[in-house]
Design a protein around this ligand. Structure first.
Ligand code: ADP
Ligand code: MG
Length: 714
């Protein structure tokens, strides 16, 4: 049955007109084709078809020049062109003209194609002008406008929405301005018949969600007749994009669930002993719930792939530890991987202490564990005498062999996308259970996409007795007062973090500002009364550790640091976090940093220092930080402000490479497609039913799914 369909399928895949190289299209040719490939990654008819307008101009609403303002971006104007004049010499040459209507005037400027334009413009005639508005010395100006003799008949004939395509300077110089783009697309659309863009959705789904036909959607997204039409075309195309993504992700998830896993059949001595006698506090209900979920996952013979989300300080470590004990009780080894050396160290120290009474050996394996010590650890892991190891990514090196690894925990990681994880975990024949723990709350939409293949647990409760952190925003001129306040906190026996931004591109500069900052702090807090430690990534390992240790032990009052302390570091007595140049941090990062305080029983403060002049976004970020401490709210805001690509390093993950969908705003479509994908795969996991054949073909032809072929994952 399956084989027959496959055969059928091969026949269906005759070359499509959409695979035609772009140079064969009227108005393109080899030169522009080359540029389109280089500049916009458009190589075929299909690529061009999916180069959607990024906005539309309503030609019914030509603007009055007198009403223009600097907030405007692209504008459509109508008026007479006068005052043509050429200025400058050679490469400085430029052509200017004035466009005026009854309400005002705009300057038009060209630096290229001057001869042609000055010859063809008819002074005094009425033109339609479209372009990006800028202001020079208070004068509205449009550089390289799209300009066309006004033709009333033509205007009323065309649809009322004109597409605006993203293009580049190079393409524009070769004549592919926005209007030329529209023309080229027009000639493409004229060539395409409904059969060239076959329907892929089952009729039932189209009906249920009231979706446009696929062919119609592609036609109308480029040249809609009305706003309603545009919206419906867009809706349909987003639907396709998100449905295909959801199908891929769910398929991965189903595969995970079919992946055999080790059975942790018993809750044994180590776990019970620890739980009954050595737990330093009562678990919160959320912690208990997550442990139960892990227990369920590891009990039934299926490999676990679980993401535990818990805000900073919600107590993920103890959950990890108890999961490791569960592995141990069933004769397996467990590993915990942290993203940085310092974090690995701290986990190691903390867990070693907790395990002391149980007499369970635990070792640290990082890049700095060398020589004989390393050999011992490696031997212990290989021969099974070492049940628990904590480390950095050094753990995944080839030289590290386990006797029987049953559980791999990854702490504080948010760098892998779905596809990478899939590769990573499919490397093993019989992979261990995997628990991913992140303190970066993941907005719902990302959870459904980037992390869609994982089962998700949430620790949505902080341990009792935490006092809320008071967050204050102060500009530079309050520094003396802030320093005074820090002194009074030190008097009370508290410790203080002072964090400086560190951004890779300007590393050198930042270290200088960090050192200057350190000197400044030392000036405010002189020896020997105050002890200040400093840590940053450029220090030799042992020096950094020594300084960190001075702070952890309480010897140093203050820790001047870069964001190396961003994740995980835990010093309960530190109750004040000062963040220098806060405007240079993203919201999620600020939240992470703030999470370093508020861990003890004392009232904690987070002081956001910024320059005096702030951009609108920076001010908004400071406002959000002072208003809420809810990591989920902050993550959602961050996603809204920055867009998904910048956060979580997901740009390379492939899961978010959408052409038209937008996971920040398309939550509803995301939910719908998730439901639809679940239903489809539930009844027909290999997409073999007649009503799903076209969908399967759509999946296999979809270029955005490059990295993963359906038949490979099915
Ligand atoms: P995170 O989720 O940020 O990794 P940690 O696991 O480091 O948080 O826990 C933060 C602090 O809270 C630690 O000092 C830990 O001992 C403490 N803690 C964790 N769970 C509880 C609990 N149920 N009751 C009291 N304190 C707890
Ligand atoms: Mg942690």
């Amino acid at each position: 049955m399956f084989a027959r369909f496959k055969f059928f399928f091969v026949i269906l895949q005759t070359p499509s007109i959409l695979d035609t190289p772009i140079e064969f299209l009227k108005g393109v040719g080899p030169l522009r084709a080359e540029l389109l490939r280089k500049e916009l990654d458009i190589a075929t008819y299909g690529d061009l078809l999916r180069h959607f307008p990024y906005r539309y101009l309503d030609s019914a609403t030509v603007q009055h020049i007198g009403a223009l303002s600097p907030e405007q971006d692209y504008v459509l104007l109508q008026g007479a062109v006068v005052n043509l004049s050429e200025e400058g010499q050679a490469y400085r040459r430029r052509l200017t003209a004035t466009l005026y209507d009854k309400t005002g005037r705009v300057e038009l400027v060209w630096f290229q194609g001057i001869n042609y334009i000055s010859k063809s413009l008819q002074p005094g005639a009425t033109y339609s002008v479209f372009g990006k508005l800028t202001y020079f010395n208070g004068l509205p100006t449009i550089t390289h406008p799209e300009i066309e003799l006004y033709n009333a008949a033509q205007v009323s004939q065309a649809g009322s929405l004109q597409p605006v395509y993203s293009t580049t300077e190079k393409l524009r110089a070769k004549g592919l301005s926005n209007r030329a783009f529209a023309k080229v697309l027009q000639s493409l659309l004229e060539k395409l018949k409904p059969g060239d863009i076959p329907e892929i959705l089952p009729a039932e789904l189209r009906q249920r969600y009231q979706l446009y036909g696929r062919y119609d959607a592609y036609m109308q997204i480029h040249f809609p007749q009305s706003e309603t039409q545009r919206r419906q075309a867009e809706q349909r195309l987003k639907w396709d994009e998100l449905l295909l993504t959801q199908l891929r992700i769910l398929k991965l998830k189903i595969n995970h669930h079919q992946q055999k896993g080790f059975v942790f059949g018993v809750v044994g001595d180590h776990f019970n002993n620890f739980f009954g006698h050595h737990l330093p506090f009562q678990l919160t209900n959320a912690q208990k719930r997550v442990l139960r979920e892990i227990r369920q996952d590891t009990f039934n013979g299926v490999q676990m792939n679980r993401l535990v989300q818990g805000d900073v300080g919600s107590g993920k470590t103890i959950v990890a530890l108890m999961a490791m004990l569960l592995a141990l009780d069933n004769g397996f080894q467990a590993s915990l991987m942290a993203p940085t050396e310092i974090l690995a160290q701290q986990h190691f120290q903390g867990i070693k202490e907790l395990l002391e009474p149980l007499q369970v050996p635990v070792a640290l394996l990082t890049g700095t564990v060398k020589g004989k010590e390393r050999k011992q650890v490696l031997a212990g892991l290989a021969n099974g005498t070492l049940p628990i190891v904590i480390g950095t990514h050094a753990l995944v090196e080839n030289t590290v062999q386990f006797s029987n690894l049953g559980l791999a925990i990854i702490d504080e990681q948010h760098r892998f996308g779905v596809m990478q994880r899939a590769k990573l975990w499919q490397k093993n024949v019989f992979p261990p259970h995997v628990l991913v723990m992140t303190a970066t709350p993941i907005p719902r939409t990302l959870a459904m996409t980037v992390y869609g293949d994982l089962d998700v647990s949430v620790i949505d409760e902080l341990p009792p007795g935490r006092k809320p952190i008071e967050t204050i925003h102060r500009s530079e001129n309050f520094r003396p007062k802030v320093m005074q306040f820090l002194k009074s906190e030190i008097e009370k026996g508290r410790q203080i973090y002072i964090v400086y931004p560190l951004i890779e591109e300007s590393e050198k500069l930042d270290y200088e500002s960090l050192k200057a900052g350190y000197e400044q702090v030392k000036a405010w807090f002189p020896d020997p009364k105050y002890r200040v430690a400093m840590v940053h990534g450029k220090q030799p390992q042992d020096e950094r550790e020594r300084n960190m240790q001075r702070f952890i032990s309480g010897d140093a009052h203050m820790l001047v640091a870069t964001t190396v302390i961003e994740v995980g570091v835990n010093v309960p007595n530190a109750s004040v976090m000062v963040i220098e140049s806060s405007e240079r941090f993203g919201l999620s990062q600020l939240h992470q940093l703030r999470g370093r305080v508020g861990r003890g029983s004392e009232k904690s403060y987070c002081i956001l220092l910024t320059g005096h002049e702030l951009s609108k976004e920076s001010r908004q970020r400071m406002h959000i930080m002072t208003q809420t401490s809810d990591g989920f709210v902050i993550a959602e805001e961050d996603l809204k402000m920055r867009g998904p690509g910048d956060i979580y390093g997901t740009r390379q993950s492939g899961a978010l490479d959408f052409k038209i969908a937008d996971i920040v705003h398309d939550v509803e479509i995301l939910e719908e497609t998730k439901t639809a994908a679940t239903e489809i795969l539930y009844t027909d996991p290999s997409l073999e039913l007649p009503q799903h054949i076209a969908l399967r073909a759509g999946l296999e032809q979809d270029r955005s799914g490059k990295g993963l072929q359906w038949n490979k994952i099915s």
